[in-house]
Design a protein around this ligand. Structure first.
Ligand code: CA
Length: 727
């Protein structure tokens, strides 16, 4: 340990825990390290990744580095690099690639600093490479317990690291924030950021603001109370915590903003968490000195389960602005009041200068799940415009032109009508976490847009949350996809995705490229008049930014959901992307997967440059899986009964109507289907908990679990009959 650590000289902690594998020891050491830090002795960062505040704010004006999640602090994901451009992109070839040691969804945007590329993979693992050659420099595995998978809707994903003053920061699925030495990946500190035993999880990338690391968490379907927190970048000490929803009223409010928010909830609503988690977007704008973040849905989704009274449920489904120095509330704008559709507002927030009514204005732009594109005044949060970017919106007839408040349609309040409601968009969102980009050159925002519906139906009155898995207060078993080829074909036809070039000033699309299915990758815009995007069907593509003409594509062998990024080393421009299908909440069963085209997961980091000549190994042949279930020997009543818990809990991972999305096991093919004892051992007792399939004995009885088996057997036989007819 070096300067400023006199009290601990010779026996300081840097490197102490580094040889130790045990997580408990690491956490124990972290406590010691934080204690040491409080005494003025924080473990020092490395000699690489020397990124300070000035460098972060400048944002690499020449485009060589990609210093934070959205490249620049305004998160525009626009690169000034032009070597790869609309004239040269045809020569773009694979330069190097790295096979990843996990076959789950890859969502990270790599960071590049001074020729070193840092990225994360599924299970929150971190890897560092020589950005020009692909030589792996180090890797770090936080050893996330695999049973944590039950606490996330959409795979064991991670969206990337932050770097600052020789340190690399990662948020782990099990809720830790870990600081690594950027030179070698050794742990400097490791801090639990969520309540012990909480169902919260971290999938988002940390951001650095003025010496603090900011991170929130996911979990608004699992009875949690959302917050964003800031930690001292050097020591890991918590600097502030901003709760987004009110807590236990017998305790003091943690801020005036919560006193105001409490009036928009029923008194008992806090008992079911409240939600409003901060699981993705965090944008710092040095021009306003504000931090903007988006909040997730109100929970449980069904408002009847939020204390029996509807209300706006602040500050869920909102953008909140807080003071970057103090973490105190400044303004909020709620995009979806009284959310009951899982319309998270967590999508990436872009700050930009736009001419509004002819006047240069600092704004933030946002395309949340609810299907409207918003422009707000960055300083005040004033609503400037909101136009539908989704093709079909069934929950609101439009927004008030002055306040931006939605006009919610009565039929969308399904818990009040008592009737099912078909939501467009559904919970997948008209736009999800896949980052959009903004080109100041074209003035267009490039949105990975989805058209996916979802049926909503309130659970019977008296619904209470259970202990394991999703707790949203819906009952959708009767709305599952039927084994009717015509209905399936119609649903598949309506379920689409596109690359949408949106003119924010005009409030309309300039061009759109239709994709085969939804859930395609994030976008990158460059000064070379290009937009890059990967598709769920497994192609990495480049289009002209002004007109959307496809100029280039590369067969990536696996569906792409992550966003591309670009950087340069010694005058050579590279384009990098994480490849690996996953990350999908399987509400739109095999339809989504089947439409996408390529849903196998071959996880790789791929890096391209002009004239790159690397070749991928040939992909394994896709084996056609023929359904061969045991005969259905249960009763219709059993299978019907099994459909209810299936669609309350199992569908989140294994797909609506028991048709999986290509990543998690498709239970219609399960070897345990014909073995009731083994089925109980897996589902009731947790035999496969090390694979993420935890025990459900706290949620369901053996009889209910047997009913689920009968439901899946019946479903498998229905689909086998369809296959026999060639449908
Ligand atoms: Ca949500």
């Amino acid at each position: 340990m070096g300067d400023g650590c006199a009290p601990f000289k010779g026996r300081c902690f840097e490197g102490l825990e580094l040889t130790m594998k045990s997580r408990s020891f690491i956490i124990g050491s972290a406590v010691a390290l934080v204690a040491a830090a409080l005494a003025g002795c924080a473990p020092k960062g490395g000699k690489t990744a020397k990124v300070d505040d000035a460098r972060l704010v400048a944002g690499s004006p020449d485009g060589a580095d990609w210093l934070s999640y959205g490249r620049t602090m305004d998160e525009q994901r626009f690169s000034p690099l032009t070597q790869v451009n609309d004239q040269t992109v045809g020569q773009l070839g694979l330069e190097w690639f790295s096979d990843l040691d996990t076959a789950r969804g890859q969502e990270a945007t790599p960071i590049v600093v001074d020729g070193v590329l840092y990225t994360t993979t599924a299970w929150s693992m971190v890897k560092a490479y020589d950005a020009a050659t692909g030589k792996k420099l180090w890797e770090y595995d936080p050893k996330v317990p695999r049973a944590k998978l039950v606490d996330v809707c959409c795979d064991a994903v991670n969206r990337g690291v932050a770097v600052y003053k020789g340190r690399v920061y990662v948020g782990t699925l099990d809720g830790r924030l870990v600081a690594l030495n950027a030179d070698n990946g050794k742990v400097l500190w490791d801090k639990l950021t969520i309540p012990k035993g909480s169902h919260m999880a971290i999938t988002g990338a940390p951001r650095i603001v003025k010496g603090k690391v900011l991170i929130g968490s996911a979990g608004a379907e699992y009875i949690v109370r959302g917050y964003l927190a800031a930690y001292d970048a050097e020591t890991g000490k918590e600097a502030w915590r901003f709760y987004t929803v009110p807590g236990d009223p017998s305790k003091p409010f943690e801020g005036k903003h919560l006193e105001a928010a409490a009036k928009t909830w029923a008194p008992d609503a806090w008992k079911n968490g409240g939600g409003g988690t901060v699981w993705d977007s965090i944008t710092y704008d040095p021009k306003t000195n504000l931090i903007y973040f988006g909040t997730a849905n109100a929970e449980p989704w069904n408002p009847n389960a939020r204390g029996g009274k509807g209300g706006d449920s602040l500050y869920t489904a909102s953008i909140v602005a807080i003071n970057a120095d103090t973490g105190e509330y400044v303004w909020h704008f709620q995009q979806t009041p009284e959310d009951r559709w899982d319309y998270d507002s967590t999508q990436q927030i872009i700050a930009a200068d736009l001419p509004i009514n002819g006047k240069p204005t600092r704004v933030i732009m946002h395309a949340p799940k609810n299907g409207f594109f918003y422009i707000l005044d960055a300083k005040t949060g004033k609503f400037l415009s909101g136009k539908p970017f989704a093709k079909l919106i069934t929950w609101a007839s439009g927004l008030d032109p002055v306040t931006g408040k939605p006009n919610i349609l009565p039929e969308a309040r399904y818990e009040q009508t008592g009737k099912p409601f078909m939501g467009w968009p559904g919970a997948l969102g008209a736009h999800s976490w896949q980052p959009m980009s903004y080109s100041p050159k074209t003035g267009l925002v490039y949105i990975p847009a989805n058209e996916v519906s979802q049926p909503y139906n309130a659970a019977p009155k008296g619904w209470k949350p259970g202990k394991v898995g999703f707790q949203i207060g819906l009952e959708t078993s009767k709305l599952a996809m039927p084994a009717d080829p015509n209905i399936r074909a119609a649903a598949a036809a309506a379920t689409t995705g596109s690359l949408l070039a949106w003119d924010p000033i005009a409030g309309k699309a300039r061009w759109r490229v239709e994709h085969t299915g939804p859930s395609n990758g994030g976008t990158l815009a460059t000064a070379g008049n290009l937009v890059f995007q990967g598709t769920a069907g497994g192609e990495f593509r480049a289009y002209t930014a002004d007109t959307g003409k496809q100029l280039w594509s590369f067969a990536a062998q696996s569906g792409i959901i992550a966003a591309p990024m670009t950087y340069s080393v010694k005058g050579v421009q590279y384009v990098a992307i994480m490849v690996g299908w996953g990350g999908v909440y399987d509400v739109a069963p095999g339809i989504l997967a089947a439409k996408s085209g390529s849903v196998r997961n071959i996880s790789r980091l791929m890096v391209f440059k002009l004239g790159g000549k690397a070749k991928l190994p040939a992909p394994p042949a896709d084996a056609k899986r023929v359904l061969d279930p045991p005969p259905f020997t249960g009763t219709a009543a059993q299978a019907d009964a099994g459909s209810v818990p299936y669609h309350a809990s199992c569908n989140v991972c294994h797909g609506d109507a028991a048709i999986a999305g290509g990543l998690n096991p498709d239970l219609r093919h399960s070897a345990a289907l014909g073995n009731p004892k083994l089925w109980q051992q897996i589902v009731h007792d947790g035999l496969l908990s090390q694979n993420g399939m935890v025990a459900w004995k706290d949620q369901y009885t053996p009889e209910q679990i047997e009913n689920i088996r009968q439901y899946v057997i019946r479903r498998a036989n229905e689909d086998k009959a369809l296959e026999a007819k060639g449908k």
